[in-house]
Design a protein around this ligand. Structure first.
Ligand SMILES: [Zn+2]
Ligand SMILES: [Zn+2]
Length: 244
């Protein structure tokens, strides 16, 4: 009882020193907004990917008769399938702060949303382990955190699925993907990832990243996981573009 009381005091003090902010507009949350982790004005701002979406990559579809997006009809992928929470353009500014401006705390809201929207699907898929797309160590030191890892931890808390942060390692300081064309992306990721544990015993793994664009990164990580004996790799991304 006493510990719980001290815990509560500690949490309240932390909130006073580092007030929790809305992940969309960055405004400090009011007392009644703390629980929801988003401010009342922004609640309806992010655009959720909804049915129908591509049964391979999770991209928004408009025609309910289609099962796959144009891109997935043309290209094959190493992963089984994946889902994304938001349309990228609706959270673009927030994503920038989440990645580059030290707002690691946004992961709390975003991971909880992914876990609550897709948790049932992850259980149906039989996911045994959640693995964040790793960041190059030097880059992570500079930034202070890996946003994919923060997301993965938050999804793990919401879904109850264990998170393995160090299963895969990024050993190459790859160029930012947004600067590269589709062909260059795969070359940029060649030999970029290795398995960091020699005891991978999972059959079904969920990879987590902040954004899905062409799928080159997820494919590259899926490949090393499958080389290590994982049979099925799925993914969950915070956001996805409209079409590419
Ligand atoms: Zn807001
Ligand atoms: Zn697709």
């Amino acid at each position: 009882m006493r510990m719980q009381y001290l815990d509560r005091i500690f949490n309240e003090m932390t909130d006073l020193i580092y007030p929790r902010r809305c992940p969309l507009c960055d405004r400090v949350l009011g007392r009644d907004e703390q629980k929801k982790l988003i401010c009342s004005e922004c609640e309806n701002k992010p655009v959720y990917i909804h049915s129908p979406y591509c049964l391979k990559c999770g991209k928004q579809l408009t025609d309910p008769n289609e099962e796959f997006c144009m891109d997935c009809r043309k290209r094959s992928h190493g992963f089984v399938r994946g889902v994304a929470l938001y349309d990228y353009s609706s959270i673009r500014v927030s994503m920038y702060r989440f990645k580059y401006s030290g707002r690691a705390e946004y992961a709390e809201f975003y991971g909880r949303e992914i876990g609550s929207v897709f948790g049932g699907l992850f259980r149906k898929w039989g996911i045994e382990a959640i693995v964040p797309v790793p960041m190059y160590a030097g880059k992570e030191r500079m930034r202070g955190y890996n946003q994919a890892e923060k997301l993965a931890e938050s999804i793990g808390r919401e879904s109850g699925i264990p998170v393995f942060r160090r299963l895969v390692k990024r050993v190459k300081n790859t160029k930012p993907m947004k600067l590269l064309g589709v062909g260059e992306r795969a070359a940029n990721l060649k030999n970029a990832f290795i398995i960091a544990s020699n005891d991978v015993k999972f059959n079904k793994v969920l990879l987590v990243d902040d954004i899905f664009t062409t799928g080159a990164t997820i494919d590259a990580v899926a490949e090393v996981l499958m080389d290590a004996g994982v049979s099925y790799v799925y993914f969950a991304a915070l956001s996805i573009g409209a079409g590419c």
